[in-house]
Design a protein around this ligand. Sequence first.
Ligand SMILES: Cc1cc2nc3c(=O)[nH]c(=O)nc-3n(C[C@H](O)[C@H](O)[C@H](O)COP(=O)(O)OP(=O)(O)OC[C@H]3O[C@@H](n4cnc5c(N)ncnc54)[C@H](O)[C@@H]3O)c2cc1C
Length: 444
Amino acid sequence: MPSHVVIGGGITGLAACWYLAKAGHRPVLIEKEKRLGGVIRTDEIEGCLVEGGPDSFLAAKPAAMELIRELGLEGDVIGSNDHQRVTFIVKNGKLVPMPDGLMMMVPTKLWPVATSPLFSLGTKIKMALDYFTGPMADIGERSVSDMVRAHYGQEAVDYLAEPLLAGVYGGDPAELSADAVLDRFVEIEKKHGSLTKGMLAARAKAPAQSGPLFRTMKGGMEQLTAALVGQMAGKFDRYRDEVRAVRKTNFGYEIELGNQRLLADNVVVACPAHAASAVLRTLDGELADRLGEIRYNSSVTVALGFDQRDVEGKARGFGFLVPKVERRRMAACTFVKTKFDHRVPPGKAVARCFCGHAAFDIPDNQLIGEVRQELQQLTGIEATPIFTKISRWPKAMAQYTIGHKARVVKIRALAAQHEGLFLAGNAYDGIGIPDCIRNAKAVS
Ligand SMILES: Cc1cc2nc3c(=O)[nH]c(=O)nc-3n(C[C@H](O)[C@H](O)[C@H](O)COP(=O)(O)OP(=O)(O)OC[C@H]3O[C@@H](n4cnc5c(N)ncnc54)[C@H](O)[C@@H]3O)c2cc1C
């Protein structure tokens, strides 16, 4: 009987297997799809590395780099080309550069904000006056919209908070919890009141980390999951099957698959909360209910490959974000060649467009048509792509809505009542790849 069964073969499940194997166990990984890696997927098309899911990870969170070092892959880590880092935001159908000095939605430099056409005079005055706000008492949980509006007004919600968070959560800032999504800013607010003052103080104390903000693998993000699978060969077992249910036995757990049952001392549930809810329902109805309360949004990425000559002078900077108030299909577009080296060979270009939940069910041809039309309107790129690639991710992005932190405390407490049961993944306390790896490490 295996000591550990891990359910879900995305980065969380793979990292959990890695750390369990390191600790001397031989885990059994159960993944329903043929491919391992979950939403991490890199395809090579016409010599271009096309990321279907995540394209990078935040350098500031150490867990991903720690794992990469253990795998001996640090020489293959590259950073975003931050010297070319201009990101545009669509305002009234035009691309406006994001002002310098913004840390998320917090302005830390006066002049770039004062001269930016992104904000009205009223927002600029609010941003300046915020500097004089004093420390705030704990005012309870609020939505991201409420928090940002209180500091900078609705325009900052619409043209900063919403588009910046859309790429991470693909959600609505009026529903996302500031405590769960902007916890660092909530702490700063309690201490300093003004977010600008707090960010400047934090930066003075701990100078910004050196090097690029985002890192990725030279061979695409799938290089990481492929290396995990390769280096674990012989140290774990893999079943391609869907877990239907987990039950308690006198000796541990019984895991019901499509047409067989496994027994194990410990079970690591490393799939999205909606899937975890389904597999744990027989074991603990209340835990399943609470897991089911964590909502997920779907997302779609549409990669368009071009001849470089067709985008020359039009594919500017890292790309652009499209606020929801601009009522477009796309939420963001990255010009891959500018953001990262080694992704696109000379003579070619790739625009990677990110679309939210509402695009999920749109048929391929229609979606490509809509995205191309918007790209043409916003950048002037009108050439026919040399390739297109659509990646659809059903219910993949956890929504940390109001009450999320309390919900997770309750979930963890319920799970702790079952000895040998562990939950990990993007549903709990961080949606990014480093968060998932940190989560996975904690179960070993
Ligand atoms: C489009 C997109 C872009 C993103 N961009 C970034 C980014 O740039 N940087 C970043 O840090 N993060 C990014 N994220 C977030 C991050 O990639 C994910 O949160 C993370 O990869 C999730 O990994 P996971 O292993 O927890 O889940 P998943 O990758 O979803 O894997 C879960 C696995 O469980 C399997 N499974 C589910 N149910 C069962 C069952 N009953 N039995 C067996 N197997 C099951 C699924 O098939 C799946 O393979 C992005 C996410 C998406 C969708």
